[in-house]
Design a protein around this ligand. Structure first.
Ligand SMILES: [Zn+2]
Length: 278
């Protein structure tokens, strides 16, 4: 074979390779959850809601749980793993601290975050210390009209809202063998139809007690510590983020846990109080 033929072959192979890149879009890793059964299931829900319009979009629509009804000194720590621009990584300092102290927590993870942290997710979900909850497939605020918050556009229809909640639930169940019991929307905002959809899909929407604790990423660790303490009372649900290892949430958390333990508080998973959420 002479050099000209070899060069021609190489060029042809390169053309075929480039053409195949253009004609094969990046595979949808969630495609396998969109079975025919799922489409029927979703269409059934769409038919029930298609004529309804939302009247509220906020942090606190009726039905979103914000604390545990109890007079015991218990607190539920919850951590969001958002994914994308809202935080792609895992702060192992937080996880290792919780493990070292034996402190249980509920971890709300999006489908995007799972895909970006798959090996870490397997470790977290196999630990009896943590319960995995649903933070949406693509980390979108839950709406049927595309309401926006914090520069994020919410789901725009019942179909998109069901995909956001149910496909991530199926993804979590597929990987862990266990269905999530709780859902928290991206930005913790929902419209009232979205809240009803979450219940229809067998999950409970959960936000937090009081004010967000570390959502403002510019907060100094002292402010995060103060936020946690201010919002901590019997039955509080505390919202923190585990997807910003560059921030000081872990330092504030350790200080707050020490402070609260000295005040007689202990820490619980939401799943152990499903019937006591209000
Ligand atoms: Zn989030």
């Amino acid at each position: 074979m002479n050099m000209k033929i070899i060069i021609k072959c190489i060029i042809m192979l390169m053309v075929v390779f480039i053409f195949s890149l253009k004609t094969c879009p990046y595979p949808d890793v969630n495609e396998k959850y969109k079975s025919a059964d799922y489409v029927d299931f979703k269409n059934n829900i769409i038919s029930r809601y298609s004529w309804q319009k939302p009247v509220i979009f906020s942090l606190w629509p009726a039905g979103v749980k914000t604390r545990i009804r109890t007079d015991k000194k218990i607190i539920a720590l919850t951590f969001d793993g958002c994914g994308g621009t809202a935080g792609k990584r895992l702060d192992w300092k937080i996880i290792n601290y919780l493990k070292k102290e034996g402190i249980p927590a509920t971890l709300f993870v999006s489908g995007n975050w799972i895909d970006l942290n798959h090996d870490a997710f397997l470790i977290l979900s196999s630990s009896g210390l943590f319960d995995i909850a649903n933070h949406g497939l693509e980390h979108r605020p839950l709406s049927v009209r595309g309401f926006e918050i914090y520069n994020m556009t919410g789901t725009r229809s019942v179909s998109e809202a069901v995909d956001e909640v149910e496909l991530n639930a199926r993804k979590i169940r597929d990987i862990t063998g266990k269905s999530p019991a709780f859902y928290r929307s991206a930005g913790a905002h929902y419209d009232d139809i979205g809240v009803r959809l979450v219940y229809d899909l067998g999950e409970t929407p959960v936000n937090f007690t009081g004010t967000p604790n570390d959502s403002d990423l510019s907060l100094h660790e002292d402010r995060v510590f103060e936020n946690i303490i201010r919002n901590s009372r019997s039955g509080s649900i505390i919202l923190l983020h585990m997807n910003h290892p560059e921030k000081n949430t872990g330092i504030a958390l350790a200080r707050a846990v020490k402070f609260l333990k000295e005040k007689g508080f202990s820490f619980v998973k939401l799943r152990d109080y499903v019937d006591d959420l209000i």
